[in-house]
Unconditional design. Structure first.
Length: 679
């Protein structure tokens, strides 16, 4: 066991394998997971070690870097203070708690500790270990290693071996658990022992891939039946485990394998416990934070001993895992900051699939919503009951038949290259783009590109051109459209025009971390426009909407005065309150969206219903949109009906175009004539 260290006299070191990575230098996929954070912040991690990855400010990262050579805390602070020209005593006072956290988390370690060395594999292919032959390394962590080995009988096995005495208790515990449970959903224990003072166990080798990989393959092929079967088998496996009064203690995608036949294997029982134990709290309970149940998260926030792992707690973790498998996303928006993540687990409800841009699956979502109830008494009575309810929910989702004659007519017109009376080129480009996305039609996408190129300029046309180019993965065309947008935005003089341009900019900046070109010019214009506009003294819906949109895009933080302005609004559109709810997840904003007046124009009324579907996941709003009568407008025949019909093909991804769609319709997305609409 590692001795207790005196922080004032111990020389600490940042191990050579510890990484300090600026957010700007992360791969796009990882940056997207962090959410809206300053690109200058630094990720501190130690691959292969069971340590929490943390996000820190550049100065704190620089202070940590002072420990690349072994140093007393006071010496490192003195060097840092000198380079930053700061008072050393003040820096020590400000940084001590943060440094202590990194020491507790084994990122900063004593120079003479085994943790100061990188976790290199200790065994080699072909090496003999107590009669077994090492085939290859599977996984190497700071406390344990896993190898594929061949037993003396010729059978393949998974060898899990402790690096040192720290993992002995965990492996001994896992050995006892496998002796009791091995077989079926869990690998059977084949042997165990001690090799060169290192505890080891050998378990049955199971082929397969992570359940996350299997789910991704099913999602890529849009195979909901396969996804449902996969998740059902997962729940059945954990239900059988719980029926034997064992809780796993560490549920996440990395601990579940799926083979070619769909068979589930549950791995890693080092944190499992017998549920009949009279233990109500567990100070050593750990795991991946995204899968914590609200009771665990609340205890960590309060700084009290965590409750022991339980069946109802694991039901919540399984609900989180199943949601992730079905959608590829978490049930709540994750954040990089640990405290904020825990608060969201405690307070925020499960997001409907439609809010994620994924087709609704009402019966399945209802089951998940119960499993993810914040109050554990409102969850299912058992994991078996959860599994049964999920199985019964089944793949009953079906697409209701849309107004296909209208769609066929507009598609035919588009493909013949004919203009639509009363519609500007960028409007036709938008209609072709939405049709292409809804119908997965590459010819329509090319047509959208042709019409976008015929536009005569303007913010609307630039925004549509950028959207079309993004859908076509044409980075050069997207960059050109963005640059032209910036040229035109710089010429704006009216505040109302700038608010509209900020809304466009927010959309173009979404997913900025995945772009193959920089958007610095657009970001610079956004900053300039915000500085010029600042927060208006009078409540201004356009300013509120633009500010919320930029925050959702990860570009800006929310100013304090925005909350006051939201509170003082007497009215507001469905889109305004819906965006406020998306960003802030406050129930009262959802209520405001639901109670907002519905537009009287058929197109916008239908799109409003689809927005409410996205906010709630309720299919009644889709049905209401389908009941809106079609009409012919001589100024722009079939355009309104066609667009609504197209958006009804993908209700979870339906969007309101923030521009004047036809000359006879309203110009703003925030204000509409409303009438008494009943659903």
């Amino acid at each position: 066991m590692e001795p207790i260290r005196d922080l004032t006299t111990t020389r600490f070191v940042l191990p050579p394998d510890a990484k300090l990575l600026p957010v700007d230098e992360l791969a796009p996929r990882l940056r997207a997971k962090l959410g809206p954070v300053d690109g200058k912040q630094v990720v501190v991690t130690r691959p292969g070690f069971r340590v929490t990855t943390r996000l820190v400010t550049p100065p704190l990262a620089d202070l940590l870097a002072e420990f690349r050579s072994a140093s007393l805390i006071t010496d490192a602070v003195m060097r840092f203070s000198h380079s930053y020209e700061q008072d050393a005593f003040e820096i020590l006072d400000l940084s001590f708690d943060a440094l202590a956290t990194f020491i507790d988390g084994r990122t900063l370690v004593a120079a003479d500790s085994p943790d100061a060395q990188a976790a290199e594999p200790s065994l080699a292919a072909g090496q003999a270990v107590d009669g077994m032959e090492v085939v290859h390394l599977v996984r190497s962590l700071d406390d344990t290693e896993v190898y594929q080995v061949q037993m003396a009988s010729g059978e393949l096995a998974a060898l899990k071996i402790a690096r040192d005495q720290r993992a002995e208790n965990t492996l001994s515990h896992e050995t006892k658990t496998l002796e009791q449970l091995g077989g079926g959903d869990i690998p059977a224990l084949m042997d165990n022992g001690i090799y060169e003072n290192r505890k080891w166990l050998a378990m049955e080798w199971r082929d397969g891939v992570s359940i996350a990989v299997a789910a991704q393959q099913a999602r890529a092929s849009s195979d909901r039946e396969k996804l449902h079967k996969l998740a059902s088998r997962l729940l059945d496996a954990y239900a059988r485990l719980h029926e034997r009064n064992i809780v796993h203690g560490d549920i996440h995608t990395g601990n579940v394998l799926v083979d070619d036949t769909g068979k589930i294997t549950i791995l890693d029982f080092g944190r499992a416990r017998l549920i009949t134990d009279s233990v109500s709290n567990d100070p050593n309970r750990a795991g991946i934070a995204h899968y914590y149940d609200p009771q665990m998260a609340a205890s960590l926030l309060a700084g009290i001993i965590s409750p022991a792992a339980s069946k109802t707690g694991e039901q919540f973790a399984l609900g989180t895992l199943v949601y992730l498998l079905l959608t590829g996303l978490h049930a709540i928006d994750p954040v990089a900051e640990q405290t904020e993540l825990l608060q969201r687990i405690v307070t925020r409800p499960m997001l409907p699939f439609a809010a994620r841009g994924i087709d609704a699956w009402p019966r399945v979502e209802a089951v998940l919503r119960q499993a993810l109830a914040k109050n554990e008494n409102k969850r299912f009575s058992s994991t078996a009951a959860f599994a049964q309810a999920f199985r019964k929910a089944g793949v009953t989702h079906r697409r209701l038949k849309c107004n296909t004659p209208v769609i066929e007519q507009i598609i035919s017109t588009l493909k013949m290259g004919n203009p639509l009376p009363g519609a500007k080129p960028h409007v036709i480009a938008w209609l072709a783009l939405r049709s292409a996305l809804a119908l997965a039609d590459v010819e329509l996408l090319a047509i959208a590109d042709l019409w976008a190129a015929r536009s005569n300029g303007g913010l609307d046309a630039c925004w549509v051109a950028a959207a079309v180019a993004r859908a076509r993965l044409d980075r050069r065309a997207e960059r050109d459209a963005v640059n032209q947008f910036c040229v035109e935005a710089n010429e704006l003089t009216e505040n109302s025009e700038k608010y509209c341009a900020l809304i466009y900019a927010a959309d173009m900046l979404k997913g900025i971390e995945t772009r193959a070109f920089d958007l610095d010019t657009l970001k610079a214009w956004v900053k300039q426009a915000i500085d010029e506009l600042s927060a208006p003294m009078k409540v201004n819906e356009s300013w509120i909407y633009a500010t919320l949109a930029l925050n959702r895009a990860g570009v800006t933080s929310l100013p304090f005065e925005l909350f006051n302005q939201l509170e003082s609004l007497d009215s507001g559109s469905i889109w305004l309150w819906g965006l406020a709810y998306d960003v802030l997840q406050q129930p009262e904003y959802l209520e405001r969206a639901l109670s907002s007046p519905k537009p009287s124009e058929p197109l916008f009324r239908g799109l409003a219903y689809l927005r409410l579907h996205q906010l709630t996941g309720e299919m009644r709003w889709v049905s209401a949109a389908r009941r809106i009568p079609t009409r012919s407008n001589q100024a722009a025949p079939y355009i309104e009906t066609a667009l609504l019909s197209i958006e009804l093909e993908m209700p979870a991804r339906a969007v309101m175009p923030p521009f004047q769609f036809v000359d006879s319709q309203p110009e703003e997305i925030l204000r509409y004539k409303s009438g008494p609409i009943q659903v």
